[in-house]
Design a protein around this ligand. Structure first.
Ligand code: HEC
Length: 227
């Protein structure tokens, strides 16, 4: 114990000797200019590094906006995702409930008001959002590729591929279609009833956008597009 204690004292005094050495040692005095020079070198280097930081900030000026901005880590920042114009797409369908539209319209007369000639990716995206918000993906998968239920992206169409049939199937459900005399023509991997969604989907326009997404997501042969 006594030994250890003296040991600590000895260590402490040794430390204080070294700590004070710089001010007492004459040799240290002569080392001072060299140290100062070192400090100057370091600060000059820091100053040299400064303008680079300013350059990074300058990348936010309008002229530099065209070149990709650089993040603090030195890597280019990911390009800003273009704001979707879906909200600006004028609704072409009515705001009536799909159920009412499907029951009132004569068979074969329902047609998507959005043209498929040149597919608008923003509208496909908008349709997908609706599709997800109604939870169609719970049965058909996020991209309509099928899950528990038939895929919506292949060439097999249970009751028919046309707009009129798809609109009625989604709005009224399989059971109602069978009651109306429709028959299952195509055979998918799963056979089961598609529940009616005509009251869950708020407007006719919403359902046309969902069908637009299904069209945009078709993975089959373009030759077999019959809509
Ligand atoms: C509870 C599961 C379930 C949900 C939810 C569901 N579906 Fe279906 N869907 C089915 C089943 C099962 C079939 C097959 C119907 C049949 O064979 O009669 C089907 C068929 C379809 C078809 C025809 C596919 C083909 O190959 O001909 C379309 C289009 C479709 N659903 C769209 C939708 C949309 C859009 C939604 C959301 C509004 C939706 N489904 C929600 C189960 C579901």
């Amino acid at each position: 114990m006594k030994f250890a204690f003296t040991g600590v004292i000895a260590m402490l005094s040794m430390l204080s000797i070294t700590a004070c050495a710089a001010s007492t040692d004459k040799g240290a005095e002569s080392a001072k200019p060299a140290m100062m020079a070192e400090v100057k070198k370091v600060s000059a280097a820091t100053q040299k590094a400064m303008p680079e930081k300013i350059v990074v900030a300058a990348a936010e000026t309008p002229e530099a906006a065209a070149t990709p901005a650089v993040g603090a880590d030195g890597f280019a920042l990911p390009a800003q995702k273009k704001k979707s114009t879906a909200a600006e797409i004028k609704p072409l369908g009515s705001d009536k409930s799909p159920h009412d539209v499907a029951t009132a319209a004569a068979k074969g007369t329902l047609k998507n008001p959005y043209s498929y000639t040149t597919m608008n990716p923003d509208l496909v995206e908008a349709g997908k959002k609706k599709y997800m918000s109604i939870s169609c993906n719970g049965c058909h998968g996020g991209n309509g590729g099928g899950g528990m239920c038939p895929p919506l992206s292949n060439e097999t169409w249970v009751f028919g591929a046309d707009d009129d049939t798809l609109f009625r199937l989604v709005a009224l459900g399989s059971d109602e279609l069978l009651k109306q005399g429709y028959t299952r023509k195509g055979r998918e991997n799963v056979v089961g009833p598609m529940p009616a969604h005509g009251q869950l989907i708020k407007t006719e326009d919403d359902l046309w956008r969902i069908i637009y997404f299904i069209r945009g997501n078709f993975r089959g042969d373009a030759k077999n597009i019959k809509w």
